[in-house]
Design a binder for this molecule. Sequence first.
Ligand SMILES: *[C@@H]1O[C@H](CO)[C@@H](O)[C@H](O)[C@H]1NC(C)=O
Ligand SMILES: *[C@@H]1O[C@H](CO)[C@@H](O)[C@H](O)[C@H]1NC(C)=O
Ligand SMILES: *[C@@H]1O[C@H](CO)[C@@H](O)[C@H](O)[C@H]1NC(C)=O
Ligand SMILES: *[C@@H]1O[C@H](CO)[C@@H](O)[C@H](O)[C@H]1NC(C)=O
Length: 505
Amino acid sequence: MKFPIVAAYAASVLSTAGLVAGDPNVIQVRAEDLQVRKHGGHSFKISQIFNHKYQHKVKGKGIRDVAKVYQKFNMEFPDHLRQALIRVFGDLGLKVPGNINALNNGLFGPSETVGNQGEVVSTPVQFDVQYLAPVQIGTPPQTVNMNFDTGSSDLWVFSSDTPAKQRNGQKIYNMTESTTAGRVDGHVWRISYGDGSSSSGNVYTDKVSIGGVEVEKQAVEVATHVSNSFTNDAASSGLVGLAFDSINQVSPRKQKTFFGNAIEDLAMPLFSANLNKAEPGNYNFGFLDTTEFVGPISFVDVDSSKGFWQFEATGFTLPASNCTESNNKTGVFQSVPHTGIADTGTTLLMLPQPIVDAYYTQIAKARSDNNYGGYVFPCNADLPDLILHIGSYQARLTGDLIKYAPADTDDFATAKWCYGGLQSSQGFPFAIYGDIFFKSQFVVFQGGELDKNDWSKGAKLGFAAKPGTELPKETKVAQDILPINNVTSILSRRRTGGASSRRTD
Ligand SMILES: *[C@@H]1O[C@H](CO)[C@@H](O)[C@H](O)[C@H]1NC(C)=O
Ligand SMILES: *[C@@H]1O[C@H](CO)[C@@H](O)[C@H](O)[C@H]1NC(C)=O
Ligand SMILES: *[C@@H]1O[C@H](CO)[C@@H](O)[C@H](O)[C@H]1NC(C)=O
Ligand SMILES: *[C@@H]1O[C@H](CO)[C@@H](O)[C@H](O)[C@H]1NC(C)=O
């Protein structure tokens, strides 16, 4: 076995490491070897809270989540998706949002709608999120609940500048009530979406505190206009973008994210996402909680050039395959190299078509159906696991995570068809590892330390199983962990760190 030299990585926070060969390079770090970098540095856990306005019983949930991904990555809805959305709104007796019609040139006139509009007072939550996290802005602190999004880089919030008619009960940040709020003159922000809508506004700096870690002058982007989909989500006051600073949408000068500002003060230059199925999860900043994952953490390089937490994945294994004898791929690694991004702000797991097709081929009667906007299958099917390979790391998604939403009714109890949490990323520039993936994996977002002024240089993503998602015992792990006492260059850094990974200040 050949061990790569990772001198640069030795300068990183993870002061002891086992190295494994692989493509992409995977560096495994044992939990007991995790070190704090900065004594007295900050660390905190921020627990999610359930969005009590979350509408899990709304028909067409799957397709609305797909639409949200198109919106987020500023891609126009394909025709079949647009039509399926119009159908969903019609079924619900709702007015089709103007922005769908706007894209619908030729199919419908500009004001044409479907469904029984008379019964509608307002459109429902279209793109709501299930879990939020509390954020404090200003002096004295104003607490608002926001969505942590590793797929964008703006901290934007409903504010006293947001017109009343674009608000829907959201808690707002009122700049005039904060003694530390200051306008960043001449700076504005605007985020456009693929369906033609956008959110935009002015820029302030203010004290922002998350879990007790304070950034004195955080750019807070206050909305003067929000698109419908955000107006409709009454419990969420905005987003905390946690991707790289380069895709921040403030002009003329881009602003730093909360993590970009806080990183210098953190005990370890990282945060972790621990999301769960059907219960609130948490984010940790500055430390790793060893009770949240099992086994070593496997770190891979991040390509931050597009501003996302982008990494290379290599393929998949179907651990239990329902196929013919002649075409039996059970337990066989199948190579589908692809680029993915780790995005907590996307609900679904969107992977290359060959992986998605191979997965659903195992399930009797599963089919890709334009009416539902993607793969559906009989709700009574027993879904097999899926193993995704990121170099030598194997992430096990349990089948239950892929049974995502009822498709033909609004309730699992009555639905015959269920919508898959795994869908195709065809047409997107990369695969999107969204919440379905996060619910099976503990994921570490580690800032790089190669360049003091640019934490994107040398950034890494770490993956580990969560309790219950370990690989089955019989699964052969591709590489062994190198004994720590063989990594002398990294070992020498051990002495600088403290003993434990968890700190609170
Ligand atoms: C913001 O705070 C000011 C001062 O307390 C108050 O007059 C104003 O009504 C508030 N704006 C909103 C939209 O709540
Ligand atoms: C496929 O291969 C696996 C493992 O060798 C075996 O257990 C299974 O029965 C095979 N399935 C079919 C349909 O041949
Ligand atoms: C496996 O596939 C066959 C043929 O499509 C189907 O009859 C059978 O029900 C499937 N089994 C499961 C568990 O999905
Ligand atoms: C360290 O690894 C090298 C191979 O890279 C091996 O030759 C050597 O024996 C190892 N030393 C120890 C102490 O394990």
